[in-house]
Ligand binder design. Structure first.
Ligand SMILES: *Cc1c(COP(=O)(O)O)cnc(C)c1O
Length: 401
């Protein structure tokens, strides 16, 4: 984990040593996100991706308003999954023209808000299309829509599959031509398609294949479109390494292949904007979760560090956020980065449940009460994806430095 520098024994976040930052925040646990690392990540990605590719940020990964404000100046658009996220996005300078809203089960009230806001609604079902048309008629505002397609193909080797087979997401590819015909009869502003096939993928070949298939699918479906495709969102799925043995995604290979397939696509669809939407890839590695050792004890030979944070703030690090097998997130003792005496410890939180484990039997510099335990790769699906009220523990702070 080399993204955060070390000064003496201290991890440094946004130019501030961890001990000093903890004093500034005033209490542990907290999440710290490094704005420079987020900026760097977007800049590197732009170098590797085709120049005319639009890069969107999916707020679901980390909706902290300061993080979203920062990203508003870096990315080309936002993708939302609720009206709550829409509020955060619309508070930034990002134009609604570059914002889209997806998700199954959007409430009529949410759809009406989205229509008024002028964001593109990714339609997830034939019923939703009718509801949008009705609301659009009532408000006198022509709704911007794109059809979210559930493709026949899958994103192979993905942490979470969200397309292919039977899914609650999108409209099955097979019935999209009929839905397009229906769309032609409605007074809606048709933008294009959204094809999202999965998340957390580290295999360049799998992503390349899914991107090529998405461009080909859009080309096949374009014959039935009410107007030329303006926007084609081909999803994302770019993963980050969390566990030993994970190797970083070869984004250069993805970018090179995409440049070629986009070249072909643009021959027949010169006006279409091609978009990818990324969550964790942009913010995941830029965030740390920081807690403090409250107690240290030995039980039948096993050393336990009991910390003031746990699964109520960081469900994913405890292994309970969709993981099949529990593995340790990378952790460190943030004020003993160069500690020489190593011992094997299990790090647990204060909750009265054995699920509240942040690291199981991991080798770390010898830690004492008051030391800082940091969990890396915590910039996405951390605080907002955790059950904060479980066991009525204190909340965590979040800072962008
Ligand atoms: C969850 C989600 C994302 C973000 O996924 P990451 O794995 O964080 O990149 C993007 N788009 C849609 C539609 C999603 O559901």
């Amino acid at each position: 984990m080399g993204q955060f520098p070390v000064k003496g024994n201290n991890l440094v976040i946004g130019g501030i040593t961890l001990a000093r930052l903890a004093q500034r925040v005033g209490s542990t646990p907290f999440y710290a996100y490094d704005r420079q690392l987020i900026s760097q990540r977007v800049a590197e990605l732009r170098q590797q991706m085709p120049q005319n590719l639009k890069i969107h940020y999916a707020l679901k990964a980390n909706p902290m308003p300061a993080v979203v404000q920062h990203l508003a100046g870096l990315v080309d658009g936002f993708d939302l999954a609720s009206a709550g996220e829409m509020k955060v996005a619309l508070d930034t300078p990002m134009s609604p023209e570059h914002i889209s809203l997806a998700g199954p089960g959007k409430r009529p009230a949410e759809l009406a808000q989205a229509i008024a806001a002028g964001v593109t609604i990714n339609v997830e079902s034939p019923n939703e299309l009718e509801t949008i048309a009705q609301l659009s008629g009532q408000s006198g505002i022509q709704a911007r829509i794109a059809l979210r397609i559930n493709p026949a193909f899958e994103l192979k080797a993905s942490g979470m599959k969200m397309g292919g087979g039977a899914k609650q997401f999108g409209i099955d590819e097979e019935i999209v031509p009929d839905v397009l015909k229906r769309t032609q009869a409605l007074a809606l502003d048709f933008q294009g398609f959204h094809i999202y096939s999965g998340s957390q993928n580290l295999k360049a070949e799998a992503i390349i294949e899914a991107q090529q298939k998405s461009l080909a699918l859009a080309t096949r479906l374009s014959a039935d479109c009410p107007s030329p495709i303006k926007k084609l969102n081909i999803g994302g799925g770019y993963g980050i390494p969390y566990f030993p043995g994970d190797t970083a995604l070869d984004t250069q290979a993805v970018g090179d292949a995409l440049a070629e397939s986009m070249g072909h696509f643009h021959k027949t669809h010169p006006q279409a904007e091609v978009i990818i939407e990324l969550g964790r890839y942009l913010v995941g590695e830029a965030g740390l979760y920081v807690c403090q050792v409250l107690d240290k004890k030995v039980s039948r030979g096993q050393i336990y560090l009991i910390v003031d944070g746990g699964l109520h703030h960081h469900l994913a690090a405890s292994g309970n956020f969709g993981q099949v097998i529990r593995k340790n997130y990378p952790v460190a003792i943030g004020n003993k980065m160069n500690g020489h005496t190593i011992e094997t410890v299990t790090i647990v939180g204060p909750l009265c449940t054995p699920l509240d484990t942040l690291a199981d039997k991991t080798a770390l510099p010898t830690a004492e009460i008051g030391d800082f335990v940091v969990v890396y790769q915590s910039g996405a699906y951390g605080y907002s994806a955790s059950p904060k009220d479980f066991l009525t523990q204190p909340k965590a702070e979040e800072v962008l430095v």
